[in-house]
Design a protein around this ligand. Structure first.
Ligand code: SF4
Ligand code: SF4
Ligand code: SF4
Length: 262
């Protein structure tokens, strides 16, 4: 049976929560609740002080390999396939270097970098400008660092889109549901007039699963707790040179990139 949107919105929203405290859906957006899940898989952190991701571009040999990550996210989250660029909904997508890292592009990068497409997604920033401008608190940062959406509270003003320097948010100009290729009944669909974006697969983390894109990446995406020095993310950051997008803005992205070198 499909998850009713109203049920989900009640669960995700700040209103009407009391009757749903026992629902797993409520816990999608409840900080500090992960430890309670009995379904945690071995090897996956139960909870985190700060979830983060490393994108190892060298580990994506072909366009097909990163397309798998995009498809995994799109399929699981009921992302509509809308051809009109203005109406497109994107949680994770590919960008050329000059668009992903405009501050460090000098026009003389190597041919391999020039040809590369970089997977980009919401950075789930430490200091998220989108959260600061939201008048209804429909978008907020959880204790574990994930910036989430409460669709029930979103009034579609799009201030958050203007504030995000990474273009990581999409607005539903139309009802997205007719454009969903294969409906995933266990994930809610959205409606016209709300903003959406990547949420680091908060619901999967609750179940002790890795984000869908990470699972599909064959090791090219690394995910874990930035505050745990033994996590895969920290081990990778210790051993590899990484960069973040637009670091000069002070947003402190939670997504790091390995571009080249050893
Ligand atoms: S990338 Fe954009 S939408 Fe995501 S948390 Fe940062 S400012 Fe907000
Ligand atoms: S569009 Fe929604 S989430 Fe974005 S600022 Fe407006 S109310 Fe907040
Ligand atoms: S972390 Fe989850 S929501 Fe974000 S891009 Fe990956 S699959 Fe999509």
């Amino acid at each position: 049976m499909s998850v009713d949107r109203r049920q989900f919105l009640k669960a995700a929203g700040a209103t009407g929560l009391l009757g749903l405290l026992g629902s797993p859906l409520f816990k999608i957006f409840a900080p500090g609740e992960l430890e309670a899940s009995p379904e945690l898989k071995e090897g996956m952190a139960k909870s985190a002080k700060r979830w983060a991701m490393v994108v190892d571009m060298k580990a994506f040999p072909t366009e097909e390999s990163y397309n798998k990550c995009i498809e995994a996210c799109n399929n699981i989250h009921n992302i509509p396939h809308i051809e009109n660029e203005k109406h497109e909904i994107k949680w994770i997508w590919a960008e050329k270097y000059e668009n992903a890292f405009p501050d460090s592009y000098n026009g003389y990068v190597s041919e391999s970098i020039e040809k590369m497409k970089f997977l980009v997604l919401c950075n789930n920033c430490e200091n998220p400008p989108c959260v600061r401008v939201c008048p209804t608190k429909a978008t907020f940062k959880r204790e574990d660092g994930i910036v989430v959406m409460d669709y029930h509270r979103c009034i579609g003003c799009r201030f958050c889109m203007a504030a995000c320097p990474y273009g990581a948010r999409s607005f539903n100009w139309r009802d997205p549901r007719p454009f969903i290729k294969n409906l995933n009944p266990s994930y809610p669909t959205r409606t016209k007039g709300v903003v959406e974006k990547c949420n680091f697969c908060a619901d999967r983390l609750y179940r002790g699963e890795l984000p869908a894109c990470v699972e599909a990446s064959n090791g090219a995406l690394i995910f874990g707790d930035l505050k745990d020095e033994n996590s895969n993310v920290r081990k990778t950051l210790r051993s590899k040179f990484t960069i973040t997008r637009k670091p000069e803005l002070g947003t402190f992205p939670g997504v790091y990139y390995i571009i080249g070198g050893s």
